[in-house]
Design a protein around this ligand. Sequence first.
Ligand code: SF4
Ligand code: SF4
Length: 176
Amino acid sequence: MPPSALQGQVIPKMQDCGKCSLCCKLIEVPGLASAGEWCPHCDPGNPVGGCTIHSKRPSFCKNFHCFWRAEDWPEWLRPDMSGVIFESLPGVETVLVSVDPSQPDSWKEPGVRKVIEILRRKCRPVILRTKSDSMMFIPDGMGKDDILRDVRQVIDWQEKQKWQHQHTQQTLAHSI
Ligand code: SF4
Ligand code: SF4
């Protein structure tokens, strides 16, 4: 398993990230990089993994696994090829889809739309984030209160992540 991008612990059965490092661009790591900008520690496209500080990367990076990596999805859905990262948020059914600003229409591809629709039909709300916009795909029958509860949980989770990121970034700054 090469050291790559935000890939986490070495867990058998997870797919090899290969040349993909897209989470090092699309996922915010406060103190390191904003969402949509490459982390300064990333060497994008490196065939043996993009993270140049692999052994010292923050715990968030270690623990991050996109759906493609964790769910054994087909090759064409690998985020650097599809232009989208699907991720699951802890504690909520909602799926977050981040779109690569370099491939802004990638989420409109029929295959990607089909995955979004399958998730939606499985009663999993999908929040899609582009550089300038966000939208939600809501399962049939999901009420306003359920939606608001999910959105609140997503916001709470993001706030918690920010705090954790700041903490790990301080640790990282002392160790590099
Ligand atoms: S987006 Fe997924 S496949 Fe790509 S580097 Fe990150 S964890 Fe690996
Ligand atoms: S520290 Fe490494 S794994 Fe984490 S975002 Fe930066 S390049 Fe990616």
